[in-house]
Design a protein around this ligand. Structure first.
Ligand code: LLP
Length: 443
């Protein structure tokens, strides 16, 4: 089976140049650090386009596939443009994500709106902008959507999100398809939802079912299992209600390679399994070939991204750990402290063959738990060295905070030796921009 870009640890343009320095997208990382400062998020355009190509090729044998990038992994206007050019639609979960894709010029019919607690305002905005599908999560939302549609005199096109009762072996915080989940309708609640749509909410048009099992998944078997359940439900709803549903959304979740031990499956393997299973259920349940939505997030953008940090202080605990402190940490990458996520790093400005030592890369934030990488072997580090942490494209910037009132980093897009700023570094005034001092406290 062909390998795919999500199985790589580093962006595909990563190399060591003649000067012995690390390069990505033809740009020397130390130069980027000098020009734009650190911490700095770097995105490699070739890697992004290569992943898109993998997905398109892997699923080309099934004509009714719609790739919907899960924006929550990383939502920026420039990335939205690239993925729009690649023919991807967008899975969004907030007014902010919807607004970003809208302002980036995306045809809003190619946008899906997900989430377990969408507000009336967000739903109204989605309807106003003509979002293609809303994936409805619960009974409360059915009513809310119907009301919002009524005020706009519109009909809403929806999917019902269900919890199929499939568990996957990933961190429990990022499992979503198991029965005791906050997301979606339980299988036993679908009929009631359908009856409400048929009899009460006449301005809601149901097109199909949606499920998402979890994230950073390595078990390919969950996709066929999920398709079996979705197809069976579609056939059952046809028999019971005469409903001709022809859309299924199988979510995202494909894993990536954060460390050498991670062996995520290739998109090609998943594509083949999914297509075989689709063909099987189409025949078995005698259903029309459904339109299939896929919502990959992490696997699209994680590998393309790295974060650059500069080494500052260090501390050798007598007979213990050597801590080397970086100028970023849990506010630009909360994943290690939140999920015990592991990462690989290299020094950008030193030969990897130099004398090595085992150190712990600590963040700059006031928390003992702010450790980016524990016990990593690196060439001996000194102040000013530039560290490159791999696979930070997904769920880093998108989960970043201003903890300790530190400005969020900038992001550059690199390609063919050119670097373009796509997110500006926040400045100190950005940090106080929304502060208000009541008159009585003013000096
Ligand atoms: N579709 C739905 C309905 C989702 O909830 C998610 C992710 C995706 C698609 C995209 O899944 P992906 O392909 O990225 O695995 N912050 C966590 C990950 C949370 C994922 C939430 N839902 C992390 O950093 O690992």
């Amino acid at each position: 089976m062909a390998s795919s870009t999500n199985q790589m640890l580093k962006p595909l343009t990563t190399c060591i140049n003649n000067a012995g320095n690390l390069e990505i997208g033809g740009c020397e990382l130390t130069k980027l650090a000098e020009l734009y400062g650190t911490p700095l998020y770097v995105l490699d355009e070739k890697t992004i386009r290569s992943v898109c190509n993998d997905y398109k090729k892997a699923f080309e044998k099934y004509p009714h596939i719609h790739m919907m990038y899960a924006s929550k992994a990383l939502c920026t206007s420039a990335l939205t443009r690239i993925l729009d050019e690649e023919g991807f639609g967008f899975d969004t979960v907030s007014a902010g994500e919807i607004y970003t894709v809208y302002k980036s010029g995306v045809d809003m019919r190619h946008v899906l709106f997900n989430g377990n607690n969408k507000s009336f305002e967000e739903i109204s905005m989605a309807l106003e902008l003509g979002v293609g599908r809303i994936s409805v999560d619960n009974f409360y939302e059915l009513e809310l959507i119907s009301k919002a549609a009524q005020t706009k005199d519109k009909t809403v096109d929806i999917l019902l999100r269900i919890t199929p009762g499939i568990e996957c072996h990933t961190h429990e915080y990022i499992q979503t398809g198991h029965l005791d989940s906050k997301f979606g309708f339980d299988l036993t609640q679908i009929d009631e939802a359908v009856e409400l749509i048929q009899n009460k909410y006449k301005n809601i048009r149901l097109h199909g079912l949606h499920a998402h099992i979890g994230s950073q998944i390595f078990e390919t078997g969950i996709y066929p299992d999920e398709i079996e359940i979705l197809a069976k439900e579609i056939a059952r709803l046809d028999e019971k209600f005469g409903l001709k549903l022809n859309e299924i959304n199988i979510g995202g979740g494909l894993g990536v390679k954060y460390t050498q031990d991670d062996l995520p499956p290739s998109t090609y393997e998943v594509g083949e399994l999914v297509i075989n299973k689709l063909n099987e259920v189409i025949e078995k349940y005698n259903i029309e070939p459904p339109v299939v939505f896929l919502e990959p997030g992490r696997s699209i953008i994680s590998t393309a991204g790295v974060t650059l940090y500069t080494v500052g202080s260090s501390k050798q605990v007598p007979h213990g750990t050597k801590y080397v402190a970086l100028d970023g940490g849990m506010a630009d990458n909360p994943r290690p402290s939140m999920y015990q996520a592991q990462y690989v790093a290299e020094v950008a400005n030193k030969k990897q063959t130099e004398t090595k030592e085992v150190v712990t890369l600590a963040g700059r934030y006031c928390e003992s738990g702010d450790i980016l990488i524990k016990d990593i072997e690196l060439p001996e580090l000194s102040t000013g060295d530039v560290i490159c942490v791999y696979n930070t494209g997904a769920y880093n910037y998108s989960m970043a905070s201003n903890y300790n009132r530190v400005q969020k980093p900038a992001m550059v897009l690199v390609n063919d030796g050119k670097a373009e700023l796509i997110i500006e570094r926040e400045n100190l005034d950005d940090l106080i921009a929304h502060d208000i001092i009541p008159d009585r406290l003013k000096k």
